[in-house]
Structures are given as structure tokens and as C-alpha cells.
Design a protein around this ligand. Structure first.
Ligand code: SAH
Length: 406
């Protein structure tokens, strides 16, 4: 597939595009940063533009209203790049966005480990950048970003001067945009996992082989809450990945933590990080299917002061919603059975299609089947390094609930 050439075209020579009559309302009147294919008045010429082409959006009176990116080969066919119809999408343009995102994190998060760019929330539709100190992992999950990759990397260099840059092209979103998968180092070298300091623990992330960008920054505030709940007690960390919840709990004084995950690679990083933190015998990890492991632990009579269940998205889309909700209920039932009286169950969902209220209902239903009662003591979302575009509440995908059980 050939993408649009980088933005060398002067804005006056750019293709022009309009919405079909009376369409585009979500974009024009509600301020949404994208529009769907069937809303756009493509003609033969604009339909044939390479994916990721930059165009000028015009209103019904043919006045220019914004600089947008087009991809006629996908449902999200128009993406807002800049309210200025004359904007040049070059290195300086990217650098301005990266600098603003960095300054926001400096205020809200501190340190140098965070999600630097959360797509539309940071004004770069479809782009994810995670920062690990001197290393950055970039996901260009939209055709326009791939087409402007050299300007993007130039802007990143100008704003942050990273020593290492990994391009991570494994997101399923890229397939929807017709982009190929893969991972490669485009700057610097990496000799093994990198350290991620967070909530008093030091974690290890593998930026080349790990899941997603190598680390789940979104759970940071919820790791902190779980750590408070676990102080002095035992934690069971189910769907643990590299120990996000369990190592924070141990750093905050939990007596022990058991991490369960199906990925040996993720657990090896958790084990190495536990040694690095000096947690010794307090940490254990088991590679197992989460449902089987929780069932076995219950049969053995194991109980914990805190049980965290942070599964992958059980409802990755609306079609999977019913089955997904049942899976959250089952997870809550199995988890609740393992909580000591007075202890806590934390249930997380990263499914965009699952509303917070729906998760609370499934959690409560699962707890009742397990014969448990209790109270909701905490509702968390992704951390402040995951800003949400006000017109796209659905991008606030993460929900984390904690219940105290009687
Ligand atoms: N709790 C982690 C993030 C978890 S992501 C954190 O705070 O950083 C979801 C995890 O679930 C992944 O690590 C994945 O390997 C694991 N997983 C997926 N299906 C599983 C299953 N059936 N049993 C156990 N683990 C599973």
C-alpha cells in the first residue's frame, strides 16, 4: 500500500473536502475530532487520494474550516489535525504537540515515565507514544501518522531528544487502517528490559518483545490504591502482567504477593523486578490460566486480604458485549471467593464497550453468586497521562472498582 507523501504540499494546493449535505454534525457541531466515511462527499479525485493525505475541510459555504487527514479505505475516514486550515504538518508542528504533552505530564505526573501522547486527547489522532526515560515507544496507528512518520520523529527529537526510539506497529488499530504490523528500533540501542519507577517500586519493561508498548501506564493511580488496601496483608494479583499491582503493594508494605498470568515473558520480568527491589520471598509468580488458578486456590482454601483481577478486554467491541459482561461476572465471582472477610476485591475492565455502571452491576452479581456482600469503596480510571478528548468519552476505556467484602 502506498501512503500519501509527507506534507510538502503548500496548503493552498491541498485537496479540498466537504461533508455530504447535512452530514458531519458530530464533527462540526459537537466538536468530535473525526468523521465517518458515509458523512464525507468524496468525488473521484478525493476518493483516489492515498491514505493519510492532508486536506482542507470546507463548510457548506466553501469556507476553509480545518486541516484534516483523509483515509477513504477505512470507516474513520476523516481526522481532525488542526483547526487552522493553513497548518503545515511538519516537524515543528509535531514538536509543539510533543512539548505541550511533556509539560502537562511534568505538572500532573512528574518523572520521565508516562504515556506522552494519548491520541486525540493530545491532539495527535491515532498516535500513542510511551516515554521510558530516555526511550520512547511510538505507535502510529493511523495512515496520516505513518505517512508523516519522518516529521513525527523529527518533532519528537526536537521536543524530547530521546536516545532510543522504538516503532511499535503491533496494534490491532493499524490493521483497520490497512497498515502492516512489526517492531523496530529506529534510533539508539537497547540491551534488555528498561526500568520503570512507579509508586515506590521499580518495574521492568521489555520494549521490543513485551505486550503493547511494553508497559501499562494506565493503571498507575489504581496500583497506588491497591497498594494502600494491601498494606500488611496478602495480595493475589490475577492477570498480573509484569506485576503492576503486586510490586506496588510489596513496596507499600504488603506481607506477600502472588502474581498469576498466562505470559511467562511478563512474569519473568516481574520476578526479575522483585529481585531488583529486594522483595525476596515475599513475591511469587505462577504461570497459569486465571480462571483455573482462581478455582484451584479456592479449593485449597487460600484467602487474601486483596484480590485484583485486571483481565484483557473481554468485550473488545459492541458485538462481544454480552459475552464480555458474563466474563466480568465470572471473574468477580471467582475473585470474591478468595477474599478474606473485611478484605478487598478490585475488578478492572479495559473494554471500551463496557460502561462503568455495567461493570459495577456485573461485579455485584458475581459477588452475590459467591455469597458475598460488601461496599464499593473506590472507582478509578486511567491516570492523568491518558487525557480524554471531551467529545470522545469512550476513549476513557479503563474502569477500576474496589469493593470491601464482609
Ligand atoms: N495488571 C497488569 C496489566 C494486565 S494486562 C498491570 O497492572 O500492569 C492483562 C494480562 O492478562 C496480560 O498480561 C495477559 O498476558 C494476561 N492474560 C490474558 N488472558 C489470560 C488468562 N486466561 N489467564 C491468565 N492471564 C491472562
Amino acid at each position: 500500500m502506498s501512503l500519501a507523501p509527507a506534507d510538502s504540499v503548500s496548503s493552498s494546493a491541498r485537496p479540498r473536502i466537504r461533508f455530504r449535505e447535512k452530514r458531519g454534525g458530530r464533527f462540526l457541531r459537537e466538536g468530535a475530532p473525526w468523521a465517518y466515511l458515509d458523512e464525507i462527499a468524496f468525488d473521484r479525485r478525493t476518493k483516489a487520494l492515498p491514505p493519510g493525505s492532508v486536506a482542507v475541510l470546507e463548510d457548506e459555504e466553501r469556507r476553509p474550516v480545518a486541516t484534516v487527514a483523509l483515509n477513504a479505505g477505512t470507516q474513520v475516514a476523516l481526522r481532525m489535525l488542526d483547526p487552522d486550515p493553513e497548518a503545515q504538518i511538519d516537524g515543528a508542528w509535531f514538536a509543539a504537540r510533543f512539548s505541550a504533552a511533556r509539560d502537562l505530564r511534568a505538572r500532573l505526573i512528574g518523572g520521565e515515565h508516562y504515556r506522552l501522547i494519548h491520541a486525540e486527547g493530545d491532539g495527535l489522532p491515532g498516535v500513542i507514544v510511551d516515554r521510558f526515560g530516555p526511550a520512547c515507544v511510538v505507535q502510529a496507528n493511523a495512515a496520516w501518522a505513518e505517512a508523516h512518520l519522518s516529521a513525527l520523529l523529527e518533532g519528537l527529537d526536537a521536543a524530547l531528544a530521546p536516545e532510543v526510539v522504538v516503532l511499535n506497529d503491533d496494534s490491532r488499530l493499524r490493521a483497520l487502517e490497512g497498515l502492516p504490523p512489526g517492531r523496530r528500533l529506529v534510533k539508539g540501542t537497547l540491551d534488555g528490559p528498561v526500568e520503570v519507577p512507579q509508586n515506590g517500586a521499580i518495574y521492568l519493561a521489555d520494549l521490543l518483545k513485551g505486550q503493547k508498548t511494553g508497559w501499562y501506564f494506565d493503571q498507575r493511580p489504581n496500583h497506588a490504591t491497591a497498594a494502600l488496601l494491601a498494606k500488611g496483608g496478602r495480595m493475589l494479583d490475577v492477570f498480573a502482567h509484569s506485576g503492576g499491582f503486586s510490586l506496588a503493594a510489596l513496596a507499600a508494605g504488603a506481607s506477600s504477593a502472588l502474581a498469576v498470568d498466562s505470559s511467562e515473558l511478563a512474569l519473568d520480568l516481574a520476578r526479575a523486578a522483585a529481585v531488583r527491589n529486594g522483595f525476596g520471598e515475599r513475591f511469587a509468580a505462577a504461570r497459569a490460566d486465571a480462571f483455573g488458578a482462581m478455582t484451584r486456590l479456592a479449593e485449597e482454601g487460600a484467602r487474601f486480604e486483596v484480590v485484583v483481577c485486571d483481565p484483557p478486554a473481554f468485550a473488545p467491541n459492541r458485538a462481544a458485549l454480552e459475552a464480555g459482561l458474563r466474563a466480568y461476572r465470572r471473574t468477580a465471582r471467582l475473585g470474591a471467593a478468595l477474599v478474606e472477610p473485611g478484605g478487598f476485591l478490585m475488578l478492572c475492565s479495559c473494554s471500551q464497550a463496557v460502561e462503568p455502571e455495567a461493570l459495577r452491576e456485573e461485579a455485584w452479581a458475581g459477588m452475590r453468586v459467591a455469597g458475598r456482600r460488601g461496599r464499593l469503596v473506590y472507582s478509578g480510571r486511567a491516570g492523568a497521562d491518558h487525557p480524554i478528548h471531551p467529545a470522545l468519552p469512550e476513549t476513557g476505556y479503563l474502569k477500576t472498582l474496589a469493593f470491601q467484602l464482609d
